[in-house]
Every structure is written in structure tokens, then in C-alpha cells.
Design a protein around this ligand. Structure first.
Ligand SMILES: Nc1ncnc2c1ncn2[C@@H]1O[C@H](COP(=O)(O)OP(=O)(O)O)[C@@H](O)[C@H]1O
Ligand SMILES: [Mg+2]
Length: 177
């Protein structure tokens, strides 16, 4: 199935659930992530601040912060790619022009420090191939993190038999759903 069709199919599957149901389904996924040895070991971790249709990471980033980790979140700069900011608590998140919550913490560029990157996706297959939202932001950014252990995150119903792969697509090392 071509990427565009697969994105539409996944979007249809997501619509079968309410936001509340998706939040509830996120809990065991987040529990597995928090118990992951690679994540527990890492001092500096890249997370994402979930949108309503993604695995809910809002509680998780606070927990990681509480554990004393350096928690980083992406900020999408249209035309300039993704940059990272330190997450410094829920009160430091601001809505951008598209009503997406973004961190306002210090910019972070010391990429070698990042031990683990937790990456959302529209779909993943068993080999770790990732389908994003269609802008390639993570593909461009993950090239800068060759050493980081990459964990893809999605709901079970977002997994695919085979995700189409292009020359620029960066796979993850493991998928948790
Ligand atoms: N590293 C890169 N350099 C240049 N263009 C890229 C890079 N990664 C992705 N792109 C481009 O971004 C667009 C979206 O990529 P795609 O893989 O379809 O989206 P997504 O990864 O968000 O699902 C494609 O045209 C792709 O060629
Ligand atoms: Mg891609």
C-alpha cells in the first residue's frame, strides 16, 4: 500500500476511538516504555509531547523529569527542520500558531548526549520501518542521531505488515505498542 493510502487507512482506524479511549490505551504502552532498560539507563532522552491522537506521553515526560533526566522535545521550525528544547514542566509549554503545545525551555544541540529517542509514527512494521505524517521531519532529524537507541511508539492498531520505505526513511531499533 502506498504511503498516502496507508496514512488514510491509519487515520480511519484512529477515528474508531474517542480521545478518552486513546488516553486509556496509552497507559500500558507508557508503562512498558518507563520500564525499558535502555530508557531507564539513559540520562538524556528525546521524547515527544503527544497530540490527542497519539500515544499520550504527557504524564511520562513529567515522570522522566522527576527522575532527574534531561528530557528533550522537538520543536518543528517550518523550512528549518526540527530543533530540540529542554522540557522544564507542563507550565513551560506554549501553544504555537497551529495550537500545538511546544516547549519554551533552553534550546539543546548536544546531540551526542542523547541515549534514547522515543519517536511517534502513523505506522511501524516489525522491522522498525516508520511511516510519519508525510513531512519527513524525523527522517531529516534522525540522521543527526546515529548513536541514539530509537524506540518507535504507536497503538497496536497502527502496526502494519509492511511500511513502504524510501531512500530517506530512517527506521527505529524497536517498536513498542
Ligand atoms: N533526509 C532527507 N533529505 C531530503 N528530503 C527528505 C529527507 N527525508 C525525507 N525527505 C522528504 O520528505 C518528504 C516526506 O517524507 P516521507 O518519508 O514520505 O514522510 P514521513 O517520514 O513523514 O512519513 C519526502 O518527499 C522525502 O523525500
Ligand atoms: Mg519517512
Amino acid at each position: 500500500m502506498p504511503k498516502k493510502e496507508l496514512r488514510e487507512e491509519i487515520r480511519r482506524r484512529k477515528h474508531r476511538f474517542t480521545r478518552e479511549q486513546l488516553r486509556e490505551r496509552s497507559l500500558p504502552i507508557v508503562a512498558r516504555l518507563l520500564a525499558h532498560p535502555r530508557l531507564m539507563e539513559a540520562e538524556t532522552v528525546l521524547l515527544y509531547y503527544s497530540l490527542p491522537d497519539e500515544v499520550d506521553t504527557h504524564g511520562m515526560v513529567d515522570e522522566l523529569l522527576r527522575q532527574g533526566k534531561t528530557v528533550l522535545l522537538p520543536v518543528v521550525m517550518p523550512d528549518r527542520g526540527m530543533q530540540l528544547c529542554r522540557y522544564e514542566g507542563p507550565e513551560t509549554m506554549r501553544e504555537d500558531e497551529f495550537h500545538i503545545l511546544e516547549p519554551t525551555g533552553e534550546p539543546f544541540t548536544d546531540y551526542e548526549q542523547i541515549g534514547v529517542a522515543v519517536i511517534p509514527g502513523m505506522s511501524f512494521d516489525a522491522r522498525g520501518n516508520r511511516l510519519g505524517r508525510g513531512k519527513g521531519y524525523y527522517d531529516r532529524f534522525l540522521k543527526l542521531l546515529p548513536h541514539a537507541y530509537k524506540i518507535g511508539v504507536c497503538f497496536d492498531f497502527q502496526r502494519s505488515e509492511q511500511v513502504p520505505v524510501g531512500a530517506n526513511d530512517i527506521p527505529v531499533d524497536e517498536v513498542i505498542s
